[in-house]
Every structure is written in C-alpha cells, then in structure tokens.
Design a protein around this ligand. Structure first.
Ligand SMILES: [Zn+2]
Length: 397
C-alpha cells in the first residue's frame, strides 16, 4: 500500500497524470441505477468498467474488503465496507457498500459522483476555478479557548499553525492573498466569518482545529460539508461538494504524509459553518489534544511547523487540481454521463443495509462518524495524572 500511495503522490506532485481524453463518444458503461431505501445505488461493476479498472478483487480471507483499481491508483473498500482508501488515503463513505448477494456490490451514487470521481478526475470538479485567496480560520479565540488539556490549548495551537501556514503559503506563492478570519484573542461570529469569505476573491476556506476524545484516540481528520440527503434542500456549502472532496483529500493526504500522524480520514459533517460557506471549504482536526503523545506534539513549534508545511503542500496540490488550466485525470474517459433513470430495486428490502442516519443539522451534534464520540465505549483507562479536560459536547466550529 505504501508503494501504491507513493506512486499516486508522485503523479500528483510531478504533474505526470495522463491528459484526459475528451472524446465525445459515450462511454460503453450501461448504468444500472437501483434505489434502496430512497438512496440511489450503482453496481460496483459499473464503476469498475467505467473507469476501466482491472477486475474486482476480494481478498479470500476477508469478506469486508474489496479492491478495484489500475496501475496508478487503487481503491480499497473496507473494513466493513464503510470506508475506502483511495491511493492510500482514508475516505469515509456516506453509505456503506452493499453486498447485492449476486457476487457484486452496490455503491451509492452520491459516493461515486461526489467522493470518488472528484479525486480520480479533478478536471470535472464542478465550478472549477483558479484559487486566488486562502481564508484561514484559526479555530476559536478570544473568550473561546476551544479544547484544553494540560498539554495544549486549542486556540493557541490553531493561531500558531495558522501564522506559520500563512508564512509558508506566501513564501511559495507571493501573489496569493492569504486572510485570517481573526487575529489572536479575537472572536468572530459565524456570520462575520461567512460574510468575510463571501467578499474574498476566488477563495478557499480552511478552518483549523484540535480534537478531543478518548485518551487512546489520535490522528488527523479532515471534514467537509455532507452532501444533501435525498429530498433535502442543498445548503450553500453543497454547491461545492465535488471541490470540497478534492480539497479535503489533498489536505488529508499531505497531512498524513508530512506529519506521519494516524490517518483519521476524509469525513463528512453537518457543521453549520461548513454548510454556510459559499466556496470550497474544509475543517482540519490537526490531532487530539487528549492523546498524550499527540497533545504534547501539538504544543511544540517543530510539530506546528510540520503541520503548517503539510497544509501548505495540500493547498498547493488542491490549487493544481482546481485550476482550469490543468487537465487532470487518472482515467481516460469522458465526463460521467447523467445518471441513468432509476429502476425498481431488485434487492429484497430485508437484505438492504439501512441508509446511514442523517446527522442533526446546525453543527451542534457530533458528525456522522466522529471517532471522538464513542457510543458506549468502556471508560478510558485512567492516567496517574489525567490532564484537565473540558467536556466539549457542543463545540462551536
Ligand atoms: Zn475546535
């Protein structure tokens, strides 16, 4: 997996990705759209043949893993078919892959179109445009310190990383505009931040945070606005669903590579701020303040520099993905055609996995797959000198 990931990164970094063919010839894939519990699914075989991937593999000893891909990129679904790695970077599915009991799997159309395709073929990101401004939001500030442990205080860490990130971005791209949503010890309401971003020229928005959870949980996670559920009114943040995915993927990949932190994955959430921002946006949880090793790391200038350099690398990679002057794809195929007309589900309802329950709105609740919110986990082992922790069940984003 490491070799695979390296080759994927190398292509991304060196710009050697094959040029995309724009033949107007319709792709030969005959899409079979199946609706289960209101969610539209496509056979994984459709995805495989559309991208001209090699035949699907299912490791003999694991029913919970499925592989598809080509020489440049591998998609590995699992464990439990709820997530996949693309080129080695973890991404959480909106809906788990479903076993259709006929030797194939079903993948939700939203995961195909809004998670996998923007990463494999950034050329087709909706509303793709060159980035001119990076708006950095150092999470928390003023009276709002965010997460605090005896090792690190979130508002301090996010401000220090944000400053290093701004310096690194300007060093790499002096012409880039870099804005902060606030300077140190200031508090800005969500509406103030949204207004600022709406006035910026061709921006992307990166909100920096430090996570809290069980003492044994660590790693970096990158969140974007969850796509609208069937029948749900899309929010401003959903205009950029595909760009959000590409941005999160570029950031998460660079962060895991640059810091060697555990890969907590690209995740979806319904945070009010991400829903409201009308530009490509991501929220990065740079590590867990509640994990002793990571909490101590987060407080050091050396690790903060690593984080800032990795974030800058991710932003640069996204900027290449988003620039209309570059044509990037791993597969030489035309744009995904409009999805086929849904057909009646041919899978008995009892065999259908329930669609993942939508997370509550307005960002007050934990996101769908937040690792820091164990349901009925056993209490974490007590430390001899437990850090002072603030319960943070209603965190402001
Ligand atoms: Zn925070």
């Amino acid at each position: 997996m490491i070799l695979m990931r390296r080759s994927f990164h190398l292509l991304l970094l060196l710009g050697l990705m094959p040029l995309c063919s724009h033949r107007a010839v319709a792709n030969a894939t005959a899409w079979v759209n199946t609706e289960v519990n209101g969610v539209s699914y496509l056979p994984l075989e459709n995805l495989r043949s559309f991208y001209k991937f090699t035949p699907m593999q299912r490791p003999a000893r694991s029913k919970a893993r499925v592989l598809v891909g080509n020489k440049d990129v591998k998609l590995e679904f699992g464990p439990a078919l709820r997530e996949l790695t693309i080129g080695g970077t973890r991404c959480m599915l909106t809906h788990p892959l479903m076993d259709d009991a006929k030797g194939d799997f079903l993948i939700s159309r939203v995961d195909m179109v809004k998670l996998i395709d923007p990463i494999l073929r950034p050329t087709y990101i909706q509303g793709r445009r060159a980035v001119k401004t990076v708006v950095i939001d150092p999470g928390h500030g003023g009276h709002d310190a965010g997460t605090q442990t005896s090792w690190v205080r979130e508002a301090d860490c996010t401000q220090l990383v944000a400053t290093k990130l701004r310096d690194e971005l300007l060093r790499r791209m002096p012409e880039l505009k870099v804005q902060f949503t606030h300077e140190q010890n200031q508090y800005r309401s969500e509406q103030q931040r949204v207004d600022q971003i709406s006035q910026a020229e061709a921006p992307i928005f990166i909100s920096l945070h430090v996570n809290s959870g069980r003492s044994d949980v660590k790693g970096v996670e990158t969140y974007t606005a969850a796509p609208a559920a069937p029948g749900e009114q899309p929010r401003p943040g959903n205009v950029h669903d595909t760009a959000n995915t590409a941005l999160a993927y570029a950031l998460q990949t660079a962060l895991v590579r640059g810091t060697e932190a555990e890969d907590g994955g690209c995740r979806r959430a319904r945070y009010s701020l991400l829903n409201s921002v009308n530009c490509p946006a991501a929220m990065v949880e740079m590590g867990y303040a509640t994990h002793e090793e990571e909490g101590k790391n987060l407080a050091t200038a050396e690790y903060q520099t690593k984080l800032a350099q990795s974030l800058a690398e991710g932003i640069c990679n996204y900027m290449r993905m988003a620039d209309p002057a570059t044509r990037l794809a791993y597969v030489e195929i035309p744009k995904v055609e409009e999805p086929p007309t849904p057909v009646k589900a041919d899978i008995p309802a009892k065999k259908a996995a329930p669609a993942r329950k939508a997370a509550p709105r307005h960002g007050k609740a934990k996101p769908q797959s937040k690792r820091s919110a164990p349901k009925k986990a056993a209490p974490a082992p007590r430390k001899k000198n437990p850090p002072a922790q603030r319960k943070n069940t209603r965190r402001r984003r």
